[in-house]
Each structure stands twice: as C-alpha cells, then as structure tokens.
Design a protein. Sequence first.
Length: 314
Amino acid sequence: MAKRITEEMRAYDALPFMDDLFNPTLEALHTHGGSATNAQIEALVRSQFEIGPDIVGRLNVKKELASRLAWTRTTLKRYGVIENPRRGVWALTSWGRSVREVDASDVRAYDVSRDKRLSYEYDRQLHEVSTRRPGDAALMKSLTDTDLQVVGSLIGDDVWREILLVSLLAMSPKAFQHLCLRFLSEHGFTDADVTGTTRNDGGFYGSVTVEWEDLGKHRVPFLVKRYRGKVNSVVVSEFRETLASDSLIGIVMTTGSFAETACREAIKEGEASIVMIDGETFMEKVRQFGWGIRTVGKVVEVDTYYFDNYHLLY
C-alpha cells in the first residue's frame, strides 16, 4: 500500500504546474493552425513535458492533468487570447493570433483583478437595476449574500438580462454585428453576407447559408433588429416581401420581443415561414456559450468589460 501511494505521489510530481501550461497551450493552437481540440492540446503538453503512459496510466493522475489543462484554457479565455467556439475545441482570438507567449504572473494577476472587477460591477449594476422598481429595492435591502444565492432564480433573470441588454444596446454596430453572426454560425448558418443596415436601431440584414440533409444548401435571408421594444407585424411582413420566390424560410432576430401579431404573421399560411429569435432566446444562448457571462451558483454575472471592448477582441 505504501509503495503504491509513493508511486502515485511521484506521478503527480511529474505533472507540470498550471503556470507552466499557459504557453504550451498557446503553442498547440498555433501549431494546429489557430484551433485545436482538448486531445491535441494534451498530446503536445505530454510530449513537451515527457509525460508517458506510466504516469497518465493512473486514473487519478490522468484526471488531475485534465483538470489542470481545463483550468489553463479557461484562464487564457478570460485573459482574451483564446475562445471556445464549440464543445471540446479551442481557437485563438484575433489578439491571440499575434501572441506566442504570455507571462504567467500577468495572466494570474489579470484573472484576480477581473474577478474583483466583475464582483464590484455586478453588485453595482444589480443595485441599479433592482432599485428601478420599488418592490425589488425593498427586497434587495433585506438580502444577505446567502439569501441572494437562494432567490437568484426569482429576480436574477431580470437582473442579468437587463444588464446584458444594456451592454448589447451600447455595443458598436460592427461589434454587435459580429456577435450576432457568431450566434448564427453556432447554429449551423455559415457564409454570412451582410448587405445593409437598418435605420435608427443599429440593426442589419443579409443572408447566410444553411445545408439540409435532404434539400442541400440554401441561402437564407435574415434581419436583425436591435432595440428594447416589440417587433410588430409590419416589420415581419415587409421582410417577407424581400424574400425570393423560392425562399423556404427567413430569420428575424431581435434583442427585444415580438408582438403577437408579428408571431401570427411569421407563420402565415401559404407563405415562407419566418424563424423568430427574440431577445430572451438570444441572451440565454449567449449565456450558454459563455460569451462575457458566467454562472456562479444561481447567480449569473455579466462581464460588461467584455462587451464594451468586444471590438478589440475580435
């Protein structure tokens, strides 16, 4: 038993510290053309640090290495040099493509300051949003930190969504456009072509490609509206009039919501169907993708710095 424990400890000692994994992770992404899977990153790290099967063959040690690599990737993502376009795949950001090495102490210092900034900013905006309604203000005054975790589901959705909406409305048109096209790309819509912008609301329109198994590739027109209010039936009707006669569907997205008449117009019999993506759906997906948002327990935190500086990251 003692011998087995000693061998396990030696195996742990052979693993690199987390600070030593930042640059090998970046190197793996650069080596693989800007993006790499978890397995590809681990393979390069194991090669660099000469971590053989005798070490990672132990289940607990293998889990520990995977945990350290996961922490490294998450920290580099927060730092802004890599992103996570889909599950198990990591890619260099536009800034990351010009970064070959980072200083571990700088990365850790940024991560600590970021957490402090997030905590302060979230508390401040939480107070601002909640005090807009007398009922919320009274409730907030009676809450402890523990209480806030428990009732997060009661007012948390209103709070983080409001903070996120404010951030989305404040983004530059170009940055907002990029975020929306990322959203469409994540849902299988590719080759986006933006052909114009909408007046007064910072929205835009264009088309994307979608490929169906039975129907092949098709161009799908889309319209994005950026405002708080409701999209009415006139907007949907006018958008449909722009569709080609052979269009199967169109997409209308908004940071706001849709009027009931707009929803009826979208499924008008005998006409091309319009896929409706409202602000609630859009923001929930942004949260799930982890784009400037993280969930701690039942509290959802919005990194307003991320959205304010989105144009610098991409």
